[in-house]
Design a protein around this ligand. Structure first.
Ligand code: SF4
Length: 375
């Protein structure tokens, strides 16, 4: 049995099974040799794997999650004598513990369960704004019934205190701070810089955030970005969705491609990395070519490096959202076609970048399923 302890996390392996738990006993990742499971702090379980070279994701039912929890904690208790000092509550770990723990976390936040990009494995989510200030994209249901709000400084302080208490001895396992929700950098400069100062002085971790490229651009100027960089802003993620304004119009995302590009360049200039998220399937069959072409052109107008990342996320079309009507006109891509479009996008993005810059694109182009955006 191999046990490794590092930064508030314990990993246990017997050569077949692998388990990752934090110092508070929270189950994070478990693999039984055949299948791998990821658990979110809100107690969602995902089965993740690969089939025919493609990543597969299944959200587990409660019953399935309970069974995996039992299996994982039984495995943990096989090494209880070695780990009692690190995880004192080891004997009491079970489904109920995880469930109660997730309820405690839920009480700290206002609004919906946060989402984070897939490269944010162990962040502390700090919700400085709630919801999305735009909230009108026709395909998006993330914050539908949630009015946009900026939290007060006193609430930020009490949220931070609650988070420190919640994570307790496991706080060192957190690798970053992720600012919520959809447009956290939109708040006025004075508050933004103040909030960054508070957060960075307490957690001393790199900071990440989503940011929109149509509302926020009017607010953030170069000197502010330099300040945010100074206080730890490492990377921001833009839901670009498409480089085609025709497709953006269908999505009701009021983003002007040129001003968005200028805005993204400002972040790069300030030394802040960027994550660009495109949607595979946006614009349906009708706009397939236009979407791929313009998205590749969009990327080629930026100077990207290894710290940047390009995500392509298959669009989920929901019947109860306005985009469903659009789909009737444009045609809808099936899941396999979306994967095909991802591959085409990846190729075109790299080709176009090379053509324009006469050098390889260093930023990876990665497929990402929004179901993996769990916190
Ligand atoms: S896609 Fe982003 S900007 Fe559009 S409504 Fe959803 S969260 Fe807001």
């Amino acid at each position: 049995m191999i046990i490794k302890i590092k930064d508030g996390l314990a990993s246990i392996s017997d050569g077949v099974r692998v388990l990752l738990v934090d110092r508070s006993g929270r189950l994070m990742i478990y693999s039984n040799g055949k299948e791998t499971f990821r658990r979110s702090l809100f107690n969602q379980f995902l089965k993740v794997g690969y089939k025919n070279g493609n990543r597969t994701i299944k959200v587990l039912s409660e019953k399935e999650a309970q069974n995996i929890t039992k299996e994982a904690y039984d495995f943990l208790r096989e090494v209880k004598n070695d780990l009692n000092y690190f995880i004192p509550n080891l004997e009491n770990l079970n489904w109920e513990f995880l469930f109660k723990d997730s309820i405690e976390l839920l009480k700290i936040y206002r609004g919906p369960v946060p989402i984070v990009p897939p490269d944010q494995y162990f962040p502390v989510y700090v919700q400085i704004t709630i919801g999305c200030a735009w909230n009108k994209c026709t395909f998006c249901n993330l914050y539908k019934n949630q009015p946009y709000q900026v939290i007060e400084e006193s609430e930020l302080i009490s949220m931070i205190k609650s988070l420190i208490k919640y994570f307790g001895p496991s706080l060192p396992s957190r690798k970053s701070v992720f600012l919520g929700d959809a447009n956290s950098l939109l708040i006025d400069h004075e508050h933004l810089v103040k909030y960054f100062k508070i957060i960075s002085s307490i957690f001393k971790l790199p900071i990440y955030s989503f940011v929109d490229a149509f509302l926020t651009q009017k607010r953030l100027k170069e000197d502010i970005l330099l300040n945010l960089k100074r206080f730890g802003l490492e990377r921001v993620y833009f839901g670009v969705e498409s480089g085609s304004e025709s497709v953006l119009k269908l999505l009701n995302k009021p983003m002007n491609v040129n001003t968005a590009l200028e805005f993204i360049k400002q972040f790069k200039k300030a030394g802040i990395s960027v994550g660009l998220i495109f949607l595979a399937g946006a614009g349906g069959k009708k706009f397939w070519e236009e979407h791929v072409k313009r998205s590749a052109e969009f990327v080629s107008k930026l100077e990207l490096d290894r710290k940047d990342i390009i995500y392509v996320s298959p669009l989920h079309e929901y019947r109860d959202l306005p985009y469903w009507e659009t789909v009737k006109e444009t045609g809808k891509l099936g899941f396999k076609e979306k994967l095909e479009q991802f591959k085409e996008l990846k190729l075109k993005i790299k080709d176009e970048y090379f053509k324009v810059k006469v050098k390889e694109l260093q930023a990876p182009v990665v497929l990402y399923d929004i179901r993996e955006s769990i916190y």
